[in-house]
Design a protein around this ligand. Structure first.
Ligand code: ADP
Ligand code: MG
Length: 623
């Protein structure tokens, strides 16, 4: 009720302390910290007035150096200077091998789940490297705010999976920070523009950074941002624009491809500076030091530059087209087009992307800082510095979560795009008589079959009291906290036996894989349904066969004539044969035939057990 809380200027409605909070954009190339002061969110500079901290960490025998100084040493000390650690965080050794040769570091050879990088200061994990960046930003915030932070909001890409999110939180913990929340980067950008206070609608967040490109289609629906689709290219960013320009300079200056790497590095640096100047002016002068006192001088105008970079920009637009299609919307449904990332300062990017979406790109907030600013606004709310009615921003699960059931099928427990935090429970039962343990396999993804989804964790519930198949009641509860982290609990309800697992998978998916999984689930929807039907019928067949087997063993000889028994065995054989085949309808029919054949037997068994139950009792007791 904001209206009731109007106070005189400078006078708080309730005398409460303003708790210090900050938002952190932990980027692949650059990181920033922002906070809300006097109602305004702003990024914080270091002592030299620099707001942007390059996400580079250098290990030396004397200690750790972070930021521009570390970046300056990257060329001469590549093995101890870790750049783009965000590409490694929360990834397993296998994922990293696939990123492979592009990384200049030495990984320790042990077969640990979490890779470690060898440096002069010892082996370090991506979590530790990220913690160093966070420490510098947190210290900066505490110095400038004059007190200890009560908590922070850290942003992560929308496609980050559980492992990557957990690892980011671990890094914050290592840096001594209290994490209020992890927030999706595109959501943070939308918050910075106040889109969460506007009417419901669909927005596109176009984020072109140094080494990555992300496009997210968000839908604001009753105060909740749903991720309708994400897409992009994890190997496309400003660096590629630098490379395109550097290669042009090499051709102009007649520099050979195999020039020494000091010259190539200088070229990349000069190309980057020229690229950034071209965002402001129509022409950039170039003055390249070739070595041995030789120089090459020239200039490049915007038109020539566009010829070099347009193919790269068009690649991002193809990804936008796919994302719009995955979101299942028309391009013209997109209301706001928000530009994020340093590379969207290029006027050409704004022009072509704006053309594609037929929308005026929103650029009034500095695209370098917009994510940190959105994070700071959320941190301020979460620190309790806002009136109670201030809407808490909610996120959603990016992929469905479920468990494996019989036949290798996935039972989805929390569907994709469910608002967080969430807890959902579902009851399962035992499949066999006397079954005392149950394996729980937690999977993530959209497909019907376990084998097509990602396995997150396995655990076992033991100590189920022996009962007939189908009698035990096992409740499996999935809880996902506000940061998107999952825990799963299974409980046997009659005896209260419990097993619990925190899902902290040791390796992650690449963003392309997530996109592919989503896409595949759409492409394969029909196949999957057929596969699911077949698997379900097989499971049902097996259940019928086992139940009938148990019954026959118990009282078949007593209740059946040999000729009756033969008929049942024949129908049973038909079902077993059908279940071995691939025809779901044939299995269904064989089950129905068997059930029909057995009707008289089931009836006899029922009468028999009623008679048994009534033995020794007077009939009227049951009335
Ligand atoms: P990330 O999100 O990957 O950490 P940023 O959003 O900070 O990265 O973007 C860094 C990239 O932005 C670099 O490639 C840099 O050259 C580019 N960039 C920064 N300013 C400009 C500019 N004025 N014109 C063109 N590119 C720019
Ligand atoms: Mg970024």
């Amino acid at each position: 009720m904001a209206l009731l809380q109007i106070a005189e200027p400078g006078q708080a409605t309730a005398p409460h302390q303003h708790r210090l909070a900050a938002g952190i954009d932990l980027g692949t190339t650059n990181s920033l910290v922002a906070t809300v002061r006097s109602g305004k969110a702003e990024t914080l500079p270091d002592a030299q007035g620099r707001h942007i901290l390059p996400s580079v960490v250098r290990y030396t025998p004397e200690g750790v150096v972070v930021g521009e100084e570390a970046q300056a040493a990257a060329a001469k000390d590549p093995l101890n200077t870790i750049v783009s650690v965000k590409r490694l965080i929360g990834r397993g050794i296998d994922d990293i091998r696939s990123l492979g040769s592009r990384l200049p570091y030495e990984f320790t050879r042990q077969d640990t789940a979490v890779p470690r990088i060898r440096t002069v200061a010892g082996d370090v994990s991506p979590v530790e490297v990220s913690a160093e960046i966070l420490k510098v930003l947190a210290r900066r915030a505490e110095e400038s705010l004059g007190g200890e932070l009560s908590g922070v909001v850290i942003t992560v890409p929308a496609y980050f999976d559980d492992a990557q999110r957990q690892a980011t939180k671990d890094a914050a913990q290592l840096a001594g920070l209290n994490v209020f929340r992890l927030l999706n980067e595109p959501t943070a950008a939308a918050v910075a523009y106040g889109l969460d206070h506007e009417a419901d609608g669909v927005h596109a967040i176009y984020d072109l950074g140094g080494g990555t490109f992300d496009i997210s289609i968000l839908r604001l629906n009753k105060g909740v941002f749903e991720v309708m689709a994400t897409g992009g290219d994890s190997a496309l960013g400003g660096d590629d624009f630098d490379r395109a320009l550097a290669e042009w300079i090499m051709r102009q200056a007649g520099i050979a491809d195999d020039a020494d790497h000091h010259l190539l590095r200088r070229l990349m640096r000069d190309a980057r500076a020229a690229k950034e100047r071209l965002s402001e002016t129509g022409q950039a002068e170039l003055d390249i030091e070739l070595g041995d006192g030789n120089r090459w001088q020239g200039s490049i105008d915007r038109e020539t530059f566009h010829g070099l970079v347009d193919p790269l920009i068009r690649k991002t637009i193809s990804a936008c087209r796919r994302a719009v299609r995955d979101a299942g919307i028309d391009r013209d449904e997109i209301r706001d087009l928000v530009m994020v990332g340093g590379s969207t300062r290029m006027p050409r990017v704004r022009e072509l992307v704006g053309e594609f979406f037929a929308a005026e790109p929103r650029v009034d907030i500095d695209p370098d800082r917009v994510v940190a600013i959105g994070a700071a606004l959320q941190a301020d709310v979460l620190a309790g510095n806002k009136p109670d009615d201030e809407m808490l921003l909610l996120d959603v699960t990016p992929l469905s979560l479920g468990i494996e059931t019989m036949g290798g099928l996935v039972e989805k427990i929390i569907p994709r795009n469910t608002t967080l935090p969430v807890a959902r429970a579902q009851e399962f039962t035992t499949f066999k008589d006397g079954q005392t343990a149950m394996a729980v396999h937690v999977v993530q993804g959209e497909r019907e079959m376990v084998s097509d989804n990602r396995s997150l964790a396995r655990f076992e519930l033991r100590g189920i009291p022996p009962m007939v198949a189908g009698a035990a009641r096992i409740r499996v509860t999935f809880s996902v906290d506000a940061d998107g982290l999952l825990s799963v609990e299974a409980e046997e309800l009659s005896q209260g036996v419990k097993a619990r697992v925190e899902v902290k998978p040791s390796y992650g998916l690449t963003d392309d894989e997530v996109a592919n999984m989503l896409r595949a689930s759409i492409d394969h929807a029909e196949d999957d349904m057929a596969t699911r039907k077949l698997a379900e019928e097989r499971v049902e067949a097996q259940r019928v066969v086992e139940a009938l087997g148990a019954a026959l063993a118990a009282d078949g000889d007593q209740l059946l004539q040999p000729e009756e028994r033969q008929r049942i065995d024949a129908a049973l054989g038909d079902l077993q044969q059908a279940a071995a085949g691939d025809d779901a309808d044939a299995i269904r029919k064989a089950i129905e035939d068997l059930e029909k054949t057995c009707e008289f037997y089931v009836e006899r068994r029922m009468n028999n057990s009623v008679r048994k139950a009534m033995a020794g009792h007077k009939v009227d007791e049951f009335e």
